[in-house]
Design a protein. Structure first.
Length: 147
């Protein structure tokens, strides 16, 4: 088993991998978003298990205001956890991804780090809360939670 988390260009990641099926189902436009990332040369953290993707993490640096949430995000340097998905199989992969996130947050001198989650993602919410994240705002119109 190869449990190395790799930084990999979106252009080298197979969007047809069944790992992405739930993301395609849950997020209309996911495929278009992914293809834009391929075109722009974006990278993500990826881990494979038995030659299939078992974890995917995309981080984005932001420095903008967001009026679509309450309370409003003021303009500042923040790290967005754009995509965080793992196929849990009795490992600490979620914790390993959180270590990557928190290391980048500290080393990049970001003011904030955030992720958008949906209520059905109970396990992921618990994982983030274990690492000190907390609910601080909502985007009610899409039914998501930002913690």
């Amino acid at each position: 088993m190869n449990d190395v988390i790799k930084v990999q260009g979106f252009s080298n990641i197979d969007l047809k991998d069944e790992f992405f099926d739930s993301l395609k189902d849950d997020y209309p436009g996911f495929e278009n978003w992914f293809e834009k990332k391929q075109t722009r040369g974006a990278e993500a953290f990826v881990i494979y298990y038995e030659k299939k993707i078992s974890g995917f993490l995309y981080l984005k640096e932001e420095n903008e205001e967001d009026n679509s949430i309450s309370p409003v995000f003021s303009k500042m340097k923040r790290l967005k956890i754009g995509t965080f998905k793992i196929d849990a199989h009795g490992t600490v992969l979620g914790q390993r991804f959180l270590r990557i996130i928190l290391t980048k947050f500290v080393e990049g001198n970001f003011s904030e780090v955030y992720v958008t989650l949906f209520p059905k993602q109970e396990g992921l919410i618990m994982l983030f809360e274990t690492f000190g994240f907390k609910l601080c705002m909502c985007k009610v119109y899409v039914g998501s939670r930002k913690i």
